[in-house]
Design a protein around this ligand. Sequence first.
Ligand code: FE2
Length: 325
Amino acid sequence: MVVLGIESSAHTFGVGVSENGKILSNEKVMYPIGAGGIIPAKAADFHAENANQIIKSALAKAGLTMGDITGVGYTRGPGLGPCLRIGQLTAKTIAAKYSIPIMPVNHALGHIEVARLAVGFKDPIVLYVSGGNSQILGFTEEKFKHYHIYGETFDIGIGNMLDSFAREAKLNPAWGSSVAKLAENGKYFDMPYTVKGMDFTFTGLLTNAVKCLADHDPKDVAFSLQETGFAMVCEAAERALLLTKKREILLSGGVAQSKRLSEMMNLIAKAHSFRMYNAPNEYNADNGAMIAVVAEKMLDAGMQKPIEKCDINQKYRVDSAEVRW
Ligand code: FE2
């Protein structure tokens, strides 16, 4: 199959093409995030304006035309409603016009599977960390084949925490990599650390860090915030690995681009002789190729979705997405 995948759950409009599991192209454009964060309606307008051009360049990079495409996938959720809607409608239009099958894809599953297939891990624990999500996941066949959520954030995603802090600290661009830059040469001081079993919360930590900006060196605040937040998710992932006796740890999602998080997880992996893998940034950032890869797997596994049932779901949880392959 030759599958075109569309990702539009948040600030990125991405289009990728895969053929028999091989990624042929992966093009994208990003809505510029200003001081107000992502404004969903404006990001959706941005996606609609850019959709045609990104599809064209993904096809050109793959050396194909629309007539070569034999299936189309799009991100069903989770994500921002107006943004998801643009990807969904684009995919439905393509499916109808070219009479090809269409497949809604879970965004988290896209990140996980593109990384898992790249490294060839059989059964990893996944530390999935992004703007809106922070979860500890592992594959199970209980009831149906899917990723079970062993632990997750009870409030905001760790990426949102870092982005919110970046805005309060007036960093530009206001996201995690700017916090990482500020944290270089920072010194550690204690911050609220909340892990319950394999679940965690970040709002208390964020509130504390923002307060500390008034009377601490911003470098030290950024460093301590990062160290504390990353240590929390690493502790939870380590517990899940020991509990499930799984031996592989996969880092995935936008925040997995953080070098420091990788370093911390690597220390834990080494201590227990677990195999660890962090996908290239291209696949940890939101992208269309991951949606193409999973849509192709789903279609290959015989999964079908009538076009009129191809909806969006802002709260589509990864543990309800079937992994039939
Ligand atoms: Fe993502």
